[in-house]
Design a protein around this ligand. Sequence first.
Ligand code: SF4
Length: 180
Amino acid sequence: MSKKKLATVWLGGCSGCHMSLLDIDERILDVAKLADIVKSPIVDGKEMPEVDIALVEGSITSDEHYREILHIRKKAKTLIAFGDCAVMTNVTGMRNYFPLKEVFDAAYVNAVSNDAEGQVPGHPSLLKLNDKVVPLQEVVNVDFVIPGCPPNADTIFYVLFEFLNDRLPDLGKAKKLKYG
Ligand code: SF4
């Protein structure tokens, strides 16, 4: 079996799902035997080539995320919503309860205008937040989900390992399996 190509992408999330991915520890070597990680926050690759599997953490919160998820969908044979923010917006979606301007000002404008330099790195011209945060499946077709905040490492490894061996994972089974 030839090696597959794997991407992991971080959109509107806290990176906790990627931290949990790193918790698969030495099992990353089993993944590496079956796949090249061609794009990820944990490797250097910045471009998104054609991939067999894309794990996508986080919700769609901005025009940039929107463009990125459409691009990922075109490039990935299997797109996996990775963690509760990707699946149902979760923590990232909490801002949906407040007007966008209020949230933006609190997070970027007011917070930074009080600092010693008086700089505004989050100026509106640099970031176009969407009115509402949405999960991946509201923008693209999602092939599989890994729930959890964050998903646990055993589940992540199980799902990856099954897909890398051309099998469809069974999340019910994942709960009963012990690895390591
Ligand atoms: S699901 Fe939890 S750990 Fe993952 S990005 Fe969202 S808040 Fe962070």
